[in-house]
Design a protein around this ligand. Structure first.
Ligand SMILES: CC(C)=CCC/C(C)=C/CC/C(C)=C/COP(=O)(O)OP(=O)(O)O
Length: 323
């Protein structure tokens, strides 16, 4: 038997289950990314698309992207050819009610193409412009996306600033199509640490879309699954202290109402899709994912196309047929 490398790389605790995840066609790419976040302007090159609109500041404008117009039009063409009917093999009654995405691999996508890592985030934005409307057209009731974890603050300041400003711009601009499709948009997590202008646009978009009955799109921002559980516990204990709840009567229904997702109106995810070959939940919706089907793909999120979403949904439906 091959020698295991060293004690420090061995897992401290292994858990076994008979049930394997829905699918994993994974090898473990262990790629070290050398941060290369220096702002770089491509405004003089007509092949480079400036993703960020003029409403954001010059700082981010300069840090924007190498993603080419060719890639954008490719995605748009795919989107235009999307038929109203369900793609072959998909069944409406087996559609997941709630898909949670852990989008990963943006920076690796860029670095492997010799681009600055932030171009990967800009490319992700383009991919989202086709994946989210498709979720809506497929009548998936809820979609959650892990946008920014409580741990992500340790990333280089220039990257954090880039993401905050890009997300704000996504909410201002890219959500127009989603709103026209009747989507409701919410953000879960501790928003108090976000830039004030971002907080404002979050409140506005939640307010504008609150009565929409189409796909509910929920972004996790400054979100942590453990923190979500802890803040629910605090809220429950306050209710106990105030005499509103009796400890031995607390049940799951009480508890889930205290989570960010208020899951009475927002079902638990039945499908989790994680891109980039990592097989982890990374502190996303831990309570809510207890029974979710897990789908892992090696593709980096910027390369995750509409066909890949359909493939994941087919795999999910295949599992549901067997249950
Ligand atoms: C409006 C709004 C809030 C939009 C958010 C959209 C969204 C879900 C963004 C996720 C961004 C992200 C940090 C991806 C992980 O790639 P990475 O940087 O970890 O790449 P790597 O795995 O290659 O390092």
């Amino acid at each position: 038997m091959a020698e295991l490398a060293s004690t420090s790389t061995k897992p401290k605790h292994m858990a076994f289950t008979y049930l394997s995840p829905l699918k994993h066609d994974i090898v473990y790419p262990k790629i070290t990314i050398k941060p290369c976040l220096a702002p770089k302007s491509h405004s003089s090159n007509p092949n480079f698309l400036n993703i960020v609109s003029p409403i954001t500041s010059g700082k981010i404008h300069a840090a924007t992207t190498n993603v080419t117009t060719k890639e954008l039009s490719y995605q748009d063409e795919k989107f235009k050819t999307q038929e109203e009917a369900l793609p072959a093999g998909l069944e409406e009654e087996l559609m997941p009610k709630h898909v949670a995405f852990i989008l990963d691999g943006n920076r690796r996508w860029a670095v492997e193409k010799g681009l600055p890592p932030m171009d990967g985030h800009a490319a992700m934005r383009i991919t989202l412009r086709s994946i989210l409307p498709l979720c809506s057209k497929l009548n998936i009731k809820s979609v959650s996306l892990y946008a920014f974890s409580t741990e992500n603050w340790i990333r280089p300041t220039v990257e954090v600033d880039f993401l905050m400003e890009m997300y704000e711009d996504v909410l201002r601009n890219d959500t127009k199509e989603l709103l026209s499709l009747g989507c409701r948009i919410t953000l879960m997590g501790n928003k108090t640490k976000l830039p004030k202008s971002f907080q404002k646009v979050c409140t506005e978009i939640e307010e504008i879309s609150k009565n929409n009955t189409g796909t509910h799109i929920n972004y996790g921002i400054n979100y942590s699954g453990k923190h979500d559980i802890l803040q629910a516990c605090r809220s429950i204990t306050t209710k106990v202290k105030d005499g509103i709840l009796v400890p031995n009567q607390i049940n799951e229904t009480h508890f889930k109402q205290e989570l960010y997702t208020k899951t009475n109106e927002f079902p638990y995810p039945d499908l989790v899709i994680r891109t980039s070959g990592e097989i982890r939940l990374s502190n996303f919706m831990l309570w809510q994912m207890a029974y979710s089907e897990l789908y892992f793909t090696k593709k980096y999120f910027p390369d995750f196309g509409e066909d890949d979403l359909i493939k994941a949904l087919l795999a999910f439906q295949e599992t549901r047929r067997r249950v």
